[in-house]
Design a protein around this ligand. Structure first.
Ligand SMILES: [Zn+2]
Ligand SMILES: [Zn+2]
Length: 372
């Protein structure tokens, strides 16, 4: 058993600066594992909590996209053994609710009710405490720390040869992209795709769509550096929406038709409405950008109905089915987390990394390295 203290990044309340605290190393219960964190991705969803745009109990430890090494597995727990290099998925399915029973881990009732609303695991308690006993709530597995406890349903062995720190990105950004491309978008070989906003998730939509055989992938963004990275990851065409009208540009590139599947990865009404205009007749639009609060968008009912367009949302992925497939593809080199990781950040600088993310100063992904 690992005992003693560890460093963790604590959010004391929304809008406050993230601070490193010394807290006791958490103890896993049966059905959970303790992981020594190697990498924790700096994701927009954490930022929504920091900025108070998504309600979450505080004080808490954020960080939900991790890689690391298993250091403790309680008896009777079905999990990769101690010493395994693993990736943790941000949707930690309970495995038993009516959605999990149908394989829809992305809708797990208990994950959203217990973890996302209350900051606990499935017994209604958190594994994290301050030395004085005060609870610290867990956002997913609370990965912005030297160690974290993860339900075994969300822990997956990393194939040999893949870099441990960068592979953290498989757990949220790539899982989310894979879920959108494979399930909601159902992209088939030879189909055409457009991706509106190529930030952390959008770049991975490009990479996964390329891996699954999309023939043409049009990346749309206002930042040229992001568009350059999209090209490296498989985009065949890029549109700088700050310099030209995206709808006209995509129509021009597709003979006036639009694309088979468009992904909206920003979550703003304007880009949502624009994305709808990029879909060809009979095509699909997949919304993956999280919008602020009660945002709404207006799309044309007549076009939706008469042109038989399908609009669907997609959040995360089906953890237990998707993660092994993602990591198999990664092992074969078809998708690569490290291609989009552009910065490594020590734990003590996590606050700066989220500030940079907020300011649009991070292309690709930054990964916090508690070990470094
Ligand atoms: Zn995330
Ligand atoms: Zn469930």
């Amino acid at each position: 058993m690992i005992s003693g203290m560890m460093r963790a990044v604590v959010l004391r309340s929304p809008h406050e600066e993230l601070l490193v605290e010394e807290i006791p190393v958490p103890v896993p219960h049966p059905g959970e594992v303790l992981v020594k964190v190697a990498g924790c991705g700096v994701c927009h969803t954490d930022l929504h909590v920091i900025k108070g745009e998504v309600a979450f109990p505080t004080p808490c430890v954020l960080g939900h996209e991790i890689s690391g090494t298993v250091v403790e597995v309680p008896p009777g727990t079905d999990a990769p053994p101690v010493g395994s290099r693993v990736v943790g998925a941000f949707i930690m399915p309970c495995g038993t609710c009516r959605f999990c029973a149908r394989g829809r881990d992305d809708l797990c009732e208990r994950f959203f009710a217990m973890n996302r609303l209350k900051g606990t695991l499935y017994d209604g308690t958190t594994r994290l405490r301050r030395s004085d006993g005060d609870p610290l709530w867990m956002y997913s597995m609370a990965g912005l720390a030297e160690y974290c406890v993860i339900p075994a349903t969300a822990v997956f062995p990393l194939p040999d040869g893949l870099p441990l720190v960068e592979s953290a990105v498989y757990g949220c950004s790539i899982l989310t992209a894979f879920g959108a491309v494979r399930h909601a978008g159902d992209v088939r070989v030879g189909e055409t795709v457009a991706v509106v906003a190529v930030g952390g998730v959008g770049l991975n939509v490009v990479q996964v769509a390329h891996a699954l055989g999309a023939s043409r992938i049009i990346a749309i963004d206002v930042r040229d550096d992001a568009l350059r990275t999209a090209t490296e990851l498989g985009a065949t065409d890029v549109v700088n929406a700050g310099q030209e009208d995206a709808v006209t540009a995509v129509r021009d590139l597709t003979g006036g038709e639009g694309v088979d599947v468009v992904f909206e990865a920003l979550g703003r009404p304007q880009t949502f409405e624009q994305a709808f205009e990029l879909v060809r007749d009979g095509g699909r639009m997949v919304a993956i950008g999280i919008a602020a609060g009660q945002a709404t968008a207006a799309i044309g009912i007549t076009r939706l109905v008469r042109r038989s367009i399908r609009v669907s949302g997609s959040y995360g992925g089906r953890t237990r089915a998707d993660m092994p497939e993602i990591l198999r593809m990664a092992g074969e080199g078809v998708i690569r987390a490290e291609r989009m990781v552009t910065q490594r950040v020590p734990l003590g600088r996590a606050a700066d990394a989220y500030q940079a993310l907020d300011g649009g100063a991070i292309v690709g992904r930054a990964v916090v390295t508690p070990d470094a």
